[in-house]
Design a binder for this molecule. Sequence first.
Ligand SMILES: NC(=O)C1=CN([C@@H]2O[C@H](COP(=O)(O)OP(=O)(O)OC[C@H]3O[C@@H](n4cnc5c(N)ncnc54)[C@H](OP(=O)(O)O)[C@@H]3O)[C@@H](O)[C@H]2O)[C@@H](O)CC1
Ligand SMILES: [K+]
Length: 495
Amino acid sequence: MRHAHPVAVVRAAEAAVMARLPAGTLMQRAAAALAAVAGRLLRRRVGRVYGARVGILVGSGDNGGDALFAGARLARAGARVVAVPLGARVHAGGRDALTDAGGSFGSAADLADVDLVLDGIVGIGGRPGLRPEAVAALRRVPADATVVAVDVPSGVDPDTGEVCGTAVRADVTVTFGAFKPGLLIDPGAEHAGRIEYVDIGLGPFLPTPWLTVLDDEDLPARLPRLARTADKYQRGVLGVVAGSPRYTGAAVLTVGGALRTGIGMVRFVGAAEPADRVRARWPEAVVTVLPDDARDVAAAGRVQAWVVGPGLEPDDVGHALVAQVLAMPVPVVVDAGGLAVLAADRSLLDGRRAPTVLTPHAGELARLLRMPPGGRRDIEEHRLAFARRAADEFGATVLLKGTTTCVASPSGLVRVNPTGTPVLATAGSGDVLSGVIGALLAGGLSAFDAASVGAYLHGLAAQLVSGPAGRPISATDLWAALPDAIPGRPDSREW
Ligand SMILES: NC(=O)C1=CN([C@@H]2O[C@H](COP(=O)(O)OP(=O)(O)OC[C@H]3O[C@@H](n4cnc5c(N)ncnc54)[C@H](OP(=O)(O)O)[C@@H]3O)[C@@H](O)[C@H]2O)[C@@H](O)CC1
Ligand SMILES: [K+]
């Protein structure tokens, strides 16, 4: 699992380590790793370091110092290194090291033919918005040069991923001591490119992180246990309230997502038409057709979790359905039409104690939070802050969909999903996701694990079907890929 820490926490750890080490040790560790990454990239690009042309954008802080010391190492290996100072000062040790190694100082015009650029304008000490001279220098960087950001792409807020004005777009970001939240969340994540993490020894001084990213190896231990003796009720029964005469497909997609994630049973509850479609496509689902007034969802039988909302109209019937489901003392995933019902009547969450997962995209969250016009854009630019605010305000786990899906818990924890792919931006993919999360909740996972593991599996399934070339997929393709996305469970060897 990858952990990210905000700047204040990294600074405190840095101070604790520096107090125990000779001055400059951390910067040398950082610079050595940075030079190694740049050397590798140069060898890939031009076949060697000797004779390769390297430009360094140098701000006035230690970020510039890292870049200069790395530049000195590259110059000693024979690279032609030119540094472009962009601040009022230049790190003195780094300046001397570079000139001693044969590097030079120049102006932005000298960047015209560089193979690789080290962005050492600002790191975790930068204030929002790059200065005009930095922006002007960035414009002189050749479009095909490899750009390596030092610690953070300059212009990206390391704590939030927000970008104010121009920011560096890196091919690779070499980050030191800890991932910063802003490297993992768009728009910052997109600017960071591939991230190379360098351990400089801060680990023992970092607290338990509130922001994490799951990796493949974290999954097996987080999936519902499949005990040898489990019957279908012990594996989990999910209730699905979805679809309407107008949107019948959502019901079929949600039930499919749940069944293909692995579950004891799905009980579908809904109007006659989506119910017929579900029965026809998924004979394994137990289907209950509700009367027109949508009374008595609970009569469908006992379940361990519910999904409510995909394809639901936010009318009186929709309201009645969401109200009944949220009144039950079991975990609930609320999606799509269910979120529209909640946006109009937030009192439906009053008094609820069982875990709730809300799965909005930015537009739905703007309505839930009753934001003025433009709220959607605001949320997209400040994803982390809004996901956390919503989780706190609703007392629910909030999965904010988007290019980097964030899952926030009411206790303030966040997981950023690393498996997202743009091919998932297709109708019905969210319905499948709510089924996946519902199945994991019914299988006994916490709301936070169900939402974050669900997003992970959903993204991985999309990657498996769309392949490295990112072939287009439709939501039903995800059904077939979901079982392959689910890794071996820890106790599957018992079988
Ligand atoms: N954490 C660790 O353990 C380790 C950290 N290390 C490294 O140190 C870095 C942090 O260094 P830092 O504190 O010196 O700050 P930093 O990011 O270089 O920038 C601050 C200076 O930039 C300027 N400036 C500000 N805003 C600006 C803007 N918008 N546009 C343009 N300029 C702007 C401002 O100067 P001014 O010109 O205003 O005087 C300010 O003084 C960190 O990211 C990592 O690379 C490693 O060496 C190893 C161990
Ligand atoms: K930087």
